[in-house]
Ligand binder design. Structure first.
Ligand SMILES: *[C@@H]1O[C@H](CO)[C@@H](O)[C@H](O)[C@H]1NC(C)=O
Ligand SMILES: *[C@@H]1O[C@H](CO)[C@@H](O)[C@H](O)[C@H]1NC(C)=O
Length: 467
């Protein structure tokens, strides 16, 4: 199907018959043709849905989920760096001569139910999902012509995991579907040979990585291509500008697709679509380019770890705080979970996702479709973060601690007599406020015991007509 999924969904219910005409109209309205240069590609406006969405779920799943020990860098730490805890773990638990490839048949995914995953993701309040279609180990979770006998259809579950999730997400939820893709592969002989020639040859990039990327986009039409793993090779080696020009000009997702900034050495935080800058990036101040905080619930690993301790998981308070700070400063949060080798999202992850969803049910209007305000946080009261909806004259003050005094001082917003209204999201009655001389305003919170509070962990004041 050559139509854009998002547009298709929006149009299909009412305009099924007229859809081809509409697509033609949209096509002819698109004047810009992107050149394979960073100047041209970087000037592409980010499709609006991404900034409006604010919150997505990252899923790290692959053969590293079989040992589920240490981290998703298991193969590298065990065989390249020969870190002692990995070597000992293998000696103690697997027969002599056991290779990383032998994890393939053990990646069984017998409990993988993409529809059930889709339900959990929908309940989290996230608006998009990004699945590791292939991590640095090179094992692809889709049926790829370019990954012969090293993919989930030939080995392990014998299922096309990418296809199943894409279908479930599109049929059961309103989330957008995206894929993570690692450019390089730690131990691929073609990559190692190119690296030996200081990337003057391009055997790996031209016969493996690029064909895979085109295949992924054409087969599954992801609306996010989350690139990673440049292997210290320049973007010219990866032909990244050539691929992106195709993606933005000609691909089936050209109108809605969003990309990140990991397209070759030196590109991060500088080129591509939105910026990721670093893992767990959360600058704490406004960034004037769309960015994303990719963050793990398990503080120590992206892949599932059986040996994680309870204190290794971020608490719901910490997660809401990350979401709020990120959105106030212009970012999106991409929150990572790691399923098990047999296809389960463990209850600790599911619980965090459902808690976020319940918080967003009450407070989501202060997150989705908002823009940063003139101030990101308050100086009089630490832990107060702002978002806004200028077209509605609304500022949201999100506070992370319920003040014992029962009132809260805000020094950034100035109220306007007769006009300003203050409410607490999830609570029906308007709140009393007074203007302060030098500082902004003080708001009296309702006297509620914990059972009466509209939500837990973080509350939102909705201020209308303040400056
Ligand atoms: C590499 O990029 C150029 C444009 O710069 C394009 O013509 C060519 O098709 C690309 N090759 C691949 C394999 O993507
Ligand atoms: C925001 O918070 C940071 C760190 O807590 C603080 O240093 C800074 O002064 C605050 N900024 C504003 C505008 O309040």
């Amino acid at each position: 199907m050559a139509v854009v999924p998002g547009v298709w969904r929006a149009l299909s219910s009412s305009l099924l018959v007229a859809a081809p005409v509409i697509i033609l109209l949209l096509g002819s309205g698109r004047a810009t043709v992107y050149e394979p240069t960073w100047d041209s590609l970087d000037a592409r406006p980010l499709p609006a849905w991404f900034d409006e969405a604010k919150f997505g779920i990252f899923i790290h799943w692959g053969l590293f989920s079989v040992p589920s020990f240490g981290s998703e860098w298991f193969w590298w730490y065990w065989q390249k760096q020969q870190q002692s805890c990995y070597v000992r773990f293998m000696k103690a638990n697997y027969p002599p001569g056991f290779s990383y490839e032998d994890f393939g048949p053990l990646f069984t995914a017998e409990f993988y139910d993409a529809n059930q995953w889709a339900d959990v993701l929908q309940e989290s309040g996230a608006k998009y999902v990004v699945l590791t279609s292939k991590h640095h180990e090179g094992f692809s979770l889709w049926e790829s012509k370019y990954s012969w006998n090293w993919n989930s259809v030939d080995v392990g579950p014998k299922r096309d995991i990418v296809a199943e999730l894409a279908t479930a997400i599109r049929s059961k939820t309103n989330l957008r579907f995206g894929v993570y893709h690692s450019l390089f592969e730690w131990f691929n002989p073609l990559f190692l040979s190119d690296a030996n020639s200081l990337f003057k040859t391009r055997m790996f990039s031209f016969t493996k990585s690029l064909p895979e990327l085109y295949e992924l986009v054409i087969k599954y039409q992801p609306e996010i291509v989350w690139s990673d793993g440049d292997g210290d090779a320049p973007d010219s080696y990866w032909n990244s500008t050539g691929f992106l020009a195709w993606l933005y000009n000609e691909s089936p997702v050209r109108d809605t697709v969003v990309t990140n900034d990991r397209w070759g050495q030196g590109c991060i935080c500088k080129h591509g679509g939105y910026y990721t800058c670093a893992d767990r990036y959360n600058p704490g101040h406004l960034i004037n380019h769309k960015w994303e905080n990719c963050l793990t619930i398990d503080k120590k690993s992206w892949g599932y770890r059986r040996n994680a301790k309870i204190q290794d998981y971020l608490t719901i308070e910490e997660l809401v705080q990350q979401l709020v700070e990120t959105v106030s400063c212009g970012g999106n949060l991409l929150l990572n979970i790691g399923p098990t080798r047999d296809g389960l999202i463990m209850p600790i992850f599911e619980e965090r996702l459902r808690q976020l969803g319940s918080w967003l049910k009450v407070n989501g209007e202060a997150i989705y479709n908002t823009v940063p305000w003139k101030a990101q946080n308050d100086t009089a009261t630490p832990g107060v973060w702002y978002t806004s909806k200028p077209e509605d004259n609304i500022v949201y003050a999100i506070f992370l601690k319920w003040p014992a005094a029962g009132c809260i001082t805000l020094d950034q917003p100035y109220a306007r007599a007769e006009q300003t209204q203050v409410t607490l999201l999830g609570y029906s009655t308007s709140l009393k406020w007074i203007s302060l001389d030098k500082q902004g305003m003080m708001v009296s919170l309702p006297q509620l015991n914990s059972a009466q509070l509209p939500c837990r962990w973080t509350w939102v004041l909705k201020l209308s007509h303040v400056v």
